[in-house]
Design a protein around this ligand. Structure first.
Ligand code: HEC
Length: 133
């Protein structure tokens, strides 16, 4: 027996395709608020203690941050930056860091994307340049 696609099936395939597409577009746009909290409470905490001071998102442009994050080199290239957004790191400091504790269960890629979204938004030429940390 030959099966034919009824118009209603075609329509539902289209709708499915559109919602998958919208979902993908949305995933690339992280939760900048969560990224900001993490940046301020986890990244900056350590920078204040060990990097000679806070590193403001508005100290660089969106293009600078995009290539910095893509390269995934941190602290003058000594290590991976993703390590500091990882679950493993969050769990290791959660006893003394409330933000790390709060976001302990967020998947690594998702949290990294949130941080990236905040850094781009807060860049020198971003939507809302962020200096205060
Ligand atoms: C455990 C400490 C620590 C944590 C956590 C940390 N950093 Fe750093 N970071 C450093 C140190 C130390 C330097 C400075 C290295 C130097 O200048 O020699 C640095 C430097 C940087 C720099 C300047 C460029 C570079 O890589 O040298 C950026 C940007 C940066 N960190 C971003 C981040 C972000 C984003 C996070 C959070 C996801 C983060 N850091 C978490 C310690 C940390």
């Amino acid at each position: 027996m030959k099966t034919r696609l009824s118009p209603i099936n075609v329509l539902s395939y289209c709708l499915l395709g559109c919602s998958l597409f919208a979902g993908a577009a949305h995933a690339a746009d992280g939760d900048w608020k969560r990224g900001r909290v993490y940046y301020q409470k986890v990244c900056t905490d350590c920078h204040t203690a060990k990097a000679g001071g806070a590193i403001a998102p508005n100290s660089r442009t969106m293009a600078d941050w995009t290539s910095y994050l893509k390269a995934d080199k941190h602290a003058k290239g000594k290590e991976s930056l993703k390590k500091y957004a990882s679950k493993e790191y969050r769990v290791s400091v959660k006893a003394t860091n409330k933000a790390a504790e709060k976001y302990a269960d967020v998947p690594d890629e998702q949290l990294f994307n949130d941080i990236r979204t905040f850094m781009l938004k807060g860049a020198k030429d971003g939507d809302s340049p962020a200096s205060c940390l």
